[in-house]
Design a protein around this ligand. Sequence first.
Ligand code: NAD
Length: 381
Amino acid sequence: LKIGTPKETFPGEARVAMTPDSAKQLQKLGYSCLIQSGAGAAAGFSDKAYEDAGVEVIKTAASLWKKSDIVTKVRQPDEKETRHLTKGKTLISFFNPGGNEAGLEAARAKGANVIAMEMVPRISRAQKMDALSSMANIAGYRAVIEAGNNFGRFFTGQITAAGKVPPAKVLVVGAGVAGLAAIGTATSLGAVTYAFDVRPEVAEQVESMGAEFVYLDFEEEQQDGAATGGYASVSSPEFREAQLAKFRQLAPEMDIVITTALIPNRPAPKLWLEDMIAAMKPGSVIVDLAAERGGNAEGTVADEKVVTANGVTIVGYTDFPSRMASQASTLYATNIRHMLTDLTPEKDGQVVHNMEDDVIRGATVTYQGEITFPPPPPKIQ
Ligand code: NAD
């Protein structure tokens, strides 16, 4: 069968779902690979590099979609792309199935099989296909780089002939995948890093990355995230007040605040409030990785950088992985390649869409004319 990757159509999207390296691996699985001309350009992969890797370069998106049995993409298809779905075609892409009813219905009606990369179950066996984690890792790293770019001082402390420089103080709110990547990056640049999460079980991970876990003076335990599959749920009002009081105390000291706090299927909790921003020093920077879901900080504007009256920069970009398109494409294309490895047990270029396999089943959102989202709850192992 033929696997094809079109150029992304979302404005500004620089990633690509197939790289010359991933194409070589896909060919080892027995597939032929196609790429739309220019699809990799913004991520640093030329048509020539694909050709050298044995990939056929196709001029137009329409022709690419038509010729491909399997289409791999980054962003959920737009309306025009959805029209290219046909019976038996497989699409592997982020798809936003929870917020894309029209897309699901269109794919079902056309008989296309859709694998939504955000639905890959977060179990050990599927880590190699976990595109949410690989993109969150990049976002966390890039958030620190972006913060540094907007911060007029060093991260690391220095004693120089020209004077003593204190290290920057960085607070990371939310220590999931992106938060841990941000902690690792900030500490490796020499900052003194603090981190907070409602799930106390992450304290050890935070400390192993070289940061200090911020505990609350709160009688009850912080949340038991293990009860919710590792995800956070909404905090009690008392817990929230204790958390905000701690942040109020930290705000005047922190140079950089990186917020990543999310609760599944809810708007981002507001955690860094106006009075905390007002208490920060001029020149401080907030990078709000929750901007797409409304932001953790008050005053975050999605896709913008704003400077407050007291000189605090708030960065609300929502496209951090695309800002590191080469790295993001390499990791994403590898996630996709692993998904295809599992879909191709005989390595004969033929898809075996095994709906008995938990990972494949979990990620499949339409199959043979049916909507198969949401998947059944995972079996207890
Ligand atoms: P996420 O993006 O949903 O949330 C980011 C973090 O924000 C979480 O750690 C959450 O606890 C935290 N948070 C929510 N509300 C908060 C608040 N009010 N204050 C402070 N922090 C708050 O999370 P994620 O990065 O997708 O990771 C979620 C979980 O999944 C983690 O337990 C992670 O270890 C786990 N995970 C497992 C695998 C695997 O086993 N394959 C892969 C990836 C992630």
